[in-house]
Structures are given as structure tokens and as C-alpha cells.
Design a protein around this ligand. Structure first.
Ligand code: HEM
Length: 215
């Protein structure tokens, strides 16, 4: 094993800020929905709106970072090893089988992660942002008598926004479990906190030589 710098500083900051904001948006959102009672409805709406703006700012920086560093390529879905990865999570993991996909600096995600994360970035997060913004500003056209969305139309928006919130809750639960399935129970968590992770030698050498080639 070789210690590699896998997650850069901004990447870790973005990951943890995104996690905090999504948890907070989920918490306040489900209070708005009526599922829990903590801040009180009005306060929950105010806090949800502030966190949503912070989330939007973070998304703008994250999109810029992914494009300028080329890291967006990490999420390009692939069918290579997809079946092996599924079989690993269903059977292999319980028999102590080796991970079918070796993590490298240039390829951090396994094929299942690529699909799920790409789906989050391309479908679920944009759905939340767009439905959330419509939800937030639907009143303004009416106030200035430009009625482009009436209150009846908001039902669809609210349903889509809530559906996205449930998908994020499902993702969060699966994510918590999968964090523990690295080389050791805490290796994935430590890597996202410190940036460093022990990767198998052959693969790290390969990624180093690939990086040298790219330079
Ligand atoms: C930029 C992103 C987001 C924006 C702009 C946004 C905006 C909003 C707004 C304006 C409301 C309605 C508040 C009101 O009744 O006045 C709302 C409700 C809600 N939000 Fe968000 N939100 C965002 C992200 C999220 C995320 C990430 C989650 C979940 C993890 C979430 C979960 C909810 C839920 C569950 C409701 C209640 C829906 C209902 O019962 O109708 N939101 N959001």
C-alpha cells in the first residue's frame, strides 16, 4: 500500500459543506413538510431559505472547480466492472472478497458510485434547485400581476421537491453504510477528512505513471 493524496482541499471542503447543508435543508425541509417539529414552521422556512442560498453558492463554486480541474470526468458512467461491483455488494462483501475495483487518484469512484453520483449531479440536485427556486419565487410574478404560476401549479413543484428530498434521504442512508466498506471500517472517512488514503501499490504506481504522462 502507498499513501496517496486522493481528495484535495477544496474537494473535502465542498464535500463536507454539501453534507452539512443537505442535512440541514432536509431537517428544515421536513419541518416545513410537517413531518417533524423543532424550529417552528416560520423559522424553518427562513432557515431553509438561507441554507438554500448557501447551497446555491457552493454549487456554483463546485461546478467551476469540477470543470477547471477536469475532475468531472470521474463521474462519467462506465459498464466496466459494474456487474462485479453489484455482486460484490450483494455477496462478496459478506465473504471478505477483494474489492473488484481498485481505487486510484485518477479513478476514485467504482462504477456504481459513478452512476449514482452522476445521477445526483445531473438529475436530483438540479431538480431540488429548480423546484426549490420556483417554490421560493412563485409569489413574485403574482405580486406584480404577471401570473405565470398560480398556487394550484405549486402542488406539482412541492411534490417534485419532496420526492427529491426522499431520494436524498435514501442516498444519505446508503452513503453512511458504504462509508464503512473501505479497506478498513474508517479508511474512507479518514480519507475524506485528511485527503490521504492508503491505495494498493500496483494501482498507485499506475496512476503516478499516468499522471507523469499527462504532465
Ligand atoms: C437550492 C436548493 C433548495 C431550494 C432553493 C429550496 C427551497 C425551498 C422552498 C422555497 C420551500 C418551501 C418553503 C415554504 O413553504 O415557504 C422548500 C420546501 C422543502 N424543501 Fe427545499 N430547497 C432546496 C433544497 C432542498 C434540499 C436539498 C432538501 C432535502 C434534503 C429540501 C427539502 C425540502 C422539503 C422536504 C420541503 C417541504 C416540501 C413540502 O412539503 O411542500 N430542500 N424548499
Amino acid at each position: 500500500m502507498t499513501r496517496e493524496y486522493v481528495y484535495k482541499r477544496f474537494e473535502r471542503f465542498w464535500h463536507w459543506m454539501q453534507a452539512l447543508l443537505i442535512i440541514f435543508l432536509g431537517f428544515t425541509g421536513f419541518e416545513i413538510h410537517g413531518s417533524i417539529h423543532f424550529f417552528g414552521f416560520e423559522q424553518a422556512v427562513k432557515l431553509h431559505n438561507v441554507a438554500a442560498i448557501a447551497f446555491l453558492v457552493l454549487i456554483i463554486f463546485a461546478v467551476f472547480w469540477h470543470i477547471t480541474t477536469g475532475e468531472w470526468r470521474q463521474y462519467l458512467p462506465t459498464r466496466k466492472n459494474l456487474r462485479a461491483q453489484m455482486e460484490y455488494y450483494i455477496f462478496g462483501i459478506f465473504r471478505n472478497a477483494p474489492h473488484p475495483t481498485k481505487k486510484t487518484v485518477l479513478s476514485k469512484l467504482n462504477p456504481l458510485q459513478k452512476i449514482v453520483y452522476a445521477g445526483l449531479k445531473v438529475i436530483v440536485i438540479p431538480l431540488m434547485v429548480m423546484s426549490g427556486l420556483v417554490y421560493m419565487f412563485y409569489r413574485y410574478p403574482q405580486r406584480y400581476e404577471v401570473i405565470s404560476l398560480n398556487i394550484a401549479g405549486l402542488k406539482v413543484v412541492a411534490t417534485l421537491h419532496t420526492l427529491g428530498a426522499f431520494l436524498l434521504v435514501c442516498f444519505f442512508i446508503a452513503h453512511l453504510y458504504l462509508i464503512t466498506t473501505g479497506t478498513t471500517i474508517t479508511s474512507n472517512l479518514k480519507a475524506m477528512l485528511t485527503g490521504y488514503e492508503d491505495l494498493p501499490d500496483d494501482e498507485s504506481e499506475k496512476s503516478n505513471s499516468l499522471m507523469m504522462e499527462q504532465l
